[in-house]
Design a protein around this ligand. Structure first.
Ligand SMILES: *Cc1c(COP(=O)(O)O)cnc(C)c1O
Length: 388
């Protein structure tokens, strides 16, 4: 058996990235909002049915734009999971808002929609569901709650490109949604992101915020004859070079997703016996969610077994990863946020979860090696069984 290192993630290149970079370069159209950005916007709008797609230089930037668009004031509260990336909270903290962390569901590890209402106060302005592993949150219920309490919904759909909830693209369901094209995601441009503006009343303001607070976008469309400083904003648009790279990826988004799902399904079938024997739990994808195979994780019975599994994989040259240190227990989370209720599922899951190597091009043999190490580690030792 080979002992070559198995990477956790390898960015996939379609082969057309350099062609389009050369094309952008030869047009001397290097700054933002040129031909490639237009192509990406049109593709994203068609794919997601969102009213407006705006490329940004990261998902973090798109989330920051959403926080500006919502006109959040210091002390306003934003409900979100603790089991997420720093940017989900950080974007709102930059506006002085307070992230209010609620627990996650056992099955999908997404924001538990049943816990949202009890976390709402008179300062609450928005709910920020994050679609973990490209598996959707319970958006119908979340939208209902938002409507009842007049809250806005911003989807952190960083991991959700090409994934769906009841045939609606993730990121296109709330008032706004944010995608990431970071090199660790499914569809990439190195660093990159997109804001989906689904509530059309935000569309013009979003353009202004993205273009240094000016109405330059309208000027470029020929709608006005000069552009001026309109509102508070920043520079959130990427260069055409990034858009050219991204265009090569978007053109292949279907195939990339299909191949990832193929690799994901292989782990899923190969790990079934271990789950049936109670040694681990595989990801749960509800019937009405179409995921994008962004990640394959397993949940072990307890933190100690999780540690053993991590050590065994490492010893065998397999790069696996745990995931988030919950925000509510991180230094900045303690400083800027607060928790609503005890976050026991969050704490438990984060101590027992391991992400397995998954990328376009990983071979069946490599996946078999991962599964074999898992089987050996879990069944040879007298491992405890998963109770939930
Ligand atoms: C990757 C990720 C981000 C950040 O994306 P960038 O494009 O790197 O800014 C934000 N939220 C979640 C949930 C992510 O997975």
């Amino acid at each position: 058996m080979s002992t070559n290192k198995i990477a956790f993630n390898l960015p996939y290149l379609t082969g057309n990235e350099l062609t389009y970079l050369i094309e952008a370069n030869s047009h001397r159209g290097l700054s933002g909002d040129g031909q490639f950005t237009k192509k990406c916007h049109a593709w994203l709008e068609q794919q997601t049915k969102s009213a407006k797609a705006l490329l940004t230089h990261s998902c973090t930037a798109a989330l920051e734009m959403s926080a500006i668009l919502l006109n959040l004031k210091p002390g306003d509260e934003v409900i979100m999971p603790s089991y997420t990336f720093s940017s989900t909270a950080n974007a709102f903290v930059l506006r002085g808002a307070i992230p209010v962390f609620v627990d996650i569901r056992e099955d999908t590890l997404n924001l538990d929609e049943c816990l949202i209402e009890q976390a709402i106060t008179e300062r609450t302005k928005a709910i920020v569901p994050m679609h973990y592993a490209g598996v959707s949150c319970e958006m119908d219920r979340i939208l209902d709650i938002a409507k009842t309490h007049q809250l806005k919904v911003v989807e952190d759909a960083a991991q959700g490109v090409m994934a769906f909830y009841k045939d609606r693209a993730l990121g296109s369901i709330g008032d706004m949604g944010a995608y990431s094209f970071h090199a660790t995601k499914n569809i990439i441009s190195g660093e990159g992101g997109c804001l989906l503006v689904n509530d059309e009343s935000y569309a013009l303001s979003a353009e202004v915020i993205r273009e240094k607070g000016t109405n330059r976008s309208q000027f470029l469309r020929g709608e006005i004859d000069k552009y001026t400083w309109q509102e508070m904003g920043s520079s959130y648009l990427p260069s055409e070079l990034i858009a050219a790279f991204l265009w090569a990826q978007l053109e292949s988004a279907e195939e990339i997703t299909k191949e990832r799902l193929h690799r994901w399904d292989y782990y899923y079938s190969q790990l079934q016996p271990l789950e049936l024997a109670g040694y681990l739990r595989r990801p749960i994808v509800p019937e009405h969610c179409r995921h994008n195979a962004h990640m394959f994780y397993i949940i072990l019975p307890d933190a100690l077994t999780c540690q053993h599994v991590n050590e065994a994989l490492k010893k065998n040259n397999i790069s696996a990863m745990t995931h988030y240190v919950p925000l509510h227990s991180s230094p900045a989370g303690l400083k800027y946020g607060r928790s609503d209720g005890d976050l026991t599922v969050t704490d438990s899951m984060s101590s027992r979860l391991v992400r397995l190597p998954l990328w376009v091009g990983i071979t069946e043999q490599e996946q078999d090696r991962v599964v074999t190490i898992l089987r050996e580690t879990l069944t040879v030792e007298e491992a405890p069984l998963v109770t939930k």
